[in-house]
Design a protein. Structure first.
Lengths: 474, 346
């Protein structure tokens, strides 16, 4: 590599939490002017390592040497919702005019900074009113304003549309050219290949592979991440389509994130996928179909409202963390004739069902009597999906069914969804992961600002067109 | 650090802490802890009549404590057991003091009226919460005052007994009394009713769909709502049942212990019940044990005052301390759980 010393040098970093060793003896060098990708599955220790490099967490052992200022863009936003964009970006470093903040100069500075980095943002908008994607841009702007020589980005593109991702990396590449050392923590391997120069792969707290991006492939990186061959997803079979869900003129929700006049159809034996960037009305659509919020227009099921839901937030909406696996397996199914006898809950049946879910959906747990709180996110999600699918429901609403879980668990969830479809279920899949929509959906609807911006059949899918529609252009 | 944590959060640690705190309280009150404790033990468990009194207090506490535990399990902070108990007791006293019926029928009717009165009082708060989104902590607490003055008004206006010295209904005929459980004590079979209710609650929580739904509503209301559980129904039903249990307790005090209704019949059982329910981890069986423990404090406290000159108020100081210890215990347990969770998700 280069002869100059690294901008950031990590040696023998180790960090243990009560039950896991998150980072276990990691060495990493980051050089000025390079874009270095740090990849790995959820729970591999990437975010912990980034937090240690930034100085937010103290390692149990090992050394961190940084030359220059370090900036970190968090995976979860750390913004003040009640303040405006420029106030957030310049927090603590506002330009002054005597005693007062020079608001005009501040606005201009933030506006110029955004323009210079190709980031579309209104400096006067209230942060809490902004969609998630725009909040991410504010977060990035705030770090850029500090002009860091080392920039750590933790899953920076998670909430961005494809077009925005291009723009975002345009910004990052420019920064690197000007000499910034960039470390990107991500699990989107396409981005790694397209934009990074080197890639380090973490698994179980260790760096298991370090390679030059030019000499590797998405496949090789993915295999290093999971430590073996990638799990295969179930085959798509031919099905006979019968209408199941018909939505016409649906209006719901408020001004932000609401929906305004949506028509869509989901047939039995198909997966209809909603592609779109977070905050474009997906939640309002899901909640009205689930009957959770009032709506106008019509939502009609051709064979009765027997719907099964994989909700977006497994911790709050889907599971009771303090209950055992066996107890959670009942949730949402407590009124089924097989589980309920008069006022009584059939506990033996509940335990049999729990065991069946654990077995079929590969939920890894010491027993069905452990609290769900103690399971990993992937295993919690498999349980959640398992209880939604175990009764072979005619209609399934799946909202981000694989968000934040490891590749193996995601492949299993996707396989089971495809199998349900092959078996004749109608599935409405809402996902912020475009690759997932492409992989699973028979029919794709693109949502933008509460409306359907485009509709595609699997055969006629054009990624570029869909990407543009998601960003609001034609 | 870890060993200290598990010691404090274990039951043994809690007992040691409570005893230590009690000793300090006694020293402050000017008595040697040894004298104080022996007076407490002798006064509560030292003989048949002492045990009887302890169990009378246990019984009086157990009903509202079970009621409070039920509501808490459903995520509803019912602070109103006192009022629910009073309204139930008044209905029972009104029937017993004024209506003639075959004795067994009368006793049963009194208990049922207790349940109806307390249940109605709890259901008011439940309805306010389900319909008007009124915070149940405020409404149940305020309804205590309404109950206190309403019963006072109703009794002095319409139900006053001939020999009353305060706001009291007439004496119940002898054959309306609940049978005595231990001869030569004041302990009635009311305590068996309480134990039966505890068993029924255990059954409710572990075997029935309603109990399951209540627990989900208590642990994760949003998950309940999204999984087909009608939260409004759970809310009013839980508060009504909770109040009904406290109300039956009021009725057993009337027919089993005092043999008439007096507006002063509860020295705050409904409030102490909150502590008892928490000490008992909201678990029906453990609440029974906790009630016995608090029964010892209630009954022994009087003896302690008489023979060791520790003011009975010291007992209330101790009860407050116990709640503090337990709250700390919960906090410690929750915090260590959260740390592990953060680690698991990193």
């Amino acid at each position: 590599m280069s002869v100059s010393p690294p901008a950031l040098r990590l040696r023998g970093i180790r960090k243990a939490f009560p039950r896991v060793v998150a980072v276990d003896g990691v060495d990493l060098d980051l050089f000025a002017g390079e874009i270095h990708a740090l990849v790995g599955e959820n729970g591999a220790g990437k975010s912990t390592l980034a937090a240690i490099a930034f100085g937010e967490l103290r390692p149990d052992s090992g050394t961190v040497e940084a030359h220059g200022t370090v900036g970190l863009v968090h995976q979860h936003f750390e913004l003040v919702g009640r303040l405006r964009v420029w106030q957030n970006v310049l927090l603590g470093r506002e330009p002054r005019h005597g005693w007062r903040i020079d608001t005009d100069a501040a606005r201009k500075r933030v506006g110029d900074l955004a323009k210079a980095n190709d980031l579309t943002i209104d400096p006067d908008a209230l942060v809490e009113d902004l969609p998630v994607g725009a909040q991410q841009r504010v977060e990035l702007l705030r770090e850029l304003e500090r002009n860091p020589s080392i920039l750590l980005l933790d899953e920076p593109t998670a909430a961005l549309a494809p077009a925005e991702i291009q723009g975002f990396f345009g910004t990052v590449v420019q920064l690197a050219k000007r000499g910034t050392a960039v470390l990107i923590v991500t699990h989107k391997l396409q981005e790694v290949i397209a934009f990074s120069e080197r890639v380090s792969v973490m698994r179980h707290g260790k760096i298991v592979a370090a390679m030059r991006t030019a000499e590797t492939s998405v496949d090789a990186i993915a295999r290093a991440m999971v430590g073996g061959d990638l799990p295969r997803v179930a085959q798509r079979e031919t099905t006979t389509l019968r209408p199941c869900l018909t939505v016409r003129g649906l209006r719901a929700g408020g001004k932000e994130g609401g929906i305004d006049g949506i028509d869509l159809d989901v047939a039995s034996g198909e997966i209809a996928g909603i592609a779109g960037v977070e905050g474009n009305g997906q939640t309002a659509l899901a909640d009205s179909v689930a009957g959770m919020i009032p709506f106008r227009g019509s939502i009609a099921f051709s064979n009765g409202r027997k719907i099964s839901i994989i909700p977006q937030d497994r911790h709050v909406e889907g599971l009771v963390l303090n209950f055992t696996i066996a107890e959670n397996a009942v949730l949402g199914r407590q009124d089924l004739p097989g589980l309920r006898h008069g006022i009584l809950l059939d506990r033996a049946r509940a335990r049999r069902d729990a065991a069946a879910i654990v077995e079929r959906f590969d939920v890894r747990a010491p027993s069905i009597d452990v609290k769900v709180r103690t399971l990993s996110g992937g295993n919690q999600q498999k349980l959640l999906v398992g209880k939604a699918l175990i009764d072979e429901p005619p209609f399934i609403l799946a909202y981000n069914p694989t968000r934040g879980i490891d590749v193996g668990a995601a492949a299993l969830v996707q396989s089971r969804l495809l199998e349900a479809r092959n078996g004749g279920a109608a599935i409405l899949l809402i996902s912020f992961d475009l690759d997932e929509v492409f992989a699973l959906a028979d029919r794709i609807y693109v949502m933008y600002r509460g409306a359907i911006a485009g509709r595609f059949d699997r055969a006629g899918v054009d990624r570029a067109v869909i990407g543009r529609l998601m960003a609001g252009s034609q | 650090m870890r060993r200290a944590t598990s010691f404090i959060s274990g039951p043994l640690g809690a007992i040691v802490l409570v005893v230590a705190l009690m000793s300090v309280a006694m020293l402050v009150a000017g008595t040697s802890p040894i004298d104080g404790f022996s007076a407490l033990i002798v006064g509560s468990l030292g003989g048949r009549s002492q045990i009887g009194e302890t169990l009378v207090a246990t019984s009086a506490l157990l009903f509202p404590s079970l009621g409070v535990a039920l509501a808490f399990r459903a995520g509803l902070f019912n602070i109103g057991a006192e009022g629910q108990l009073l309204v139930g007791a008044m209905l029972a006293g009104a029937f017993g003091g004024f209506v003639s019926a075959p004795p067994v029928v009368a006793v049963v009717v009194m208990l049922v009226l207790g349940a109806i009165g307390g249940g109605f009082w709890g259901a008011i708060a439940g309805w306010m919460k389900a319909r008007l989104r009124a915070n149940e902590i405020i409404s149940t607490l305020m309804l205590n005052f309404v109950a206190q003055y309403l019963t006072l008004f109703v009794v002095t206006q319409w139900l006053l007994g001939p020999s009353a010295t305060g706001a009291e209904t007439p004496w119940l005929p002898n054959n309306y009394w609940l049978p005595t459980l231990i001869p030569h004590t004041r302990l009635s079979i009311g305590i068996l009713v309480a134990l039966a209710i505890a068993a029924a609650l255990q059954f409710l929580f572990t075997r029935t769909v309603l109990g399951y739904e209540m627990r989900v509503a208590g642990e994760a209301p949003e998950a309940a709502r999204r999984n087909g559980i009608n939260l409004s129904r759970i809310t009013w039903l839980s508060l009504a049942l909770s109040g009904a249990i406290a109300g039956v307790g009021g009725a057993t005090i009337v027919t089993g212990e005092l043999h008439r209704f007096n507006t002063q019949l509860s020295p705050g059982y409904g409030y102490i019940a909150i502590a008892v329910a928490l000490v008992g981890d909201l678990d029906p069986i453990k609440v029974c044990i906790a009630s016995f423990f608090f029964g010892i404090l209630e009954a022994g406290g009087l003896a302690m005052q008489a023979s060791a000159q520790v003011p009975k108020d010291a007992i209330h100081v101790i009860e407050g301390l116990i709640i503090l210890v337990l709250a700390a215990r919960r906090y410690v347990a929750q915090r260590s759980e959260r740390v592990e969770e953060a680690a698991a998700s990193s």
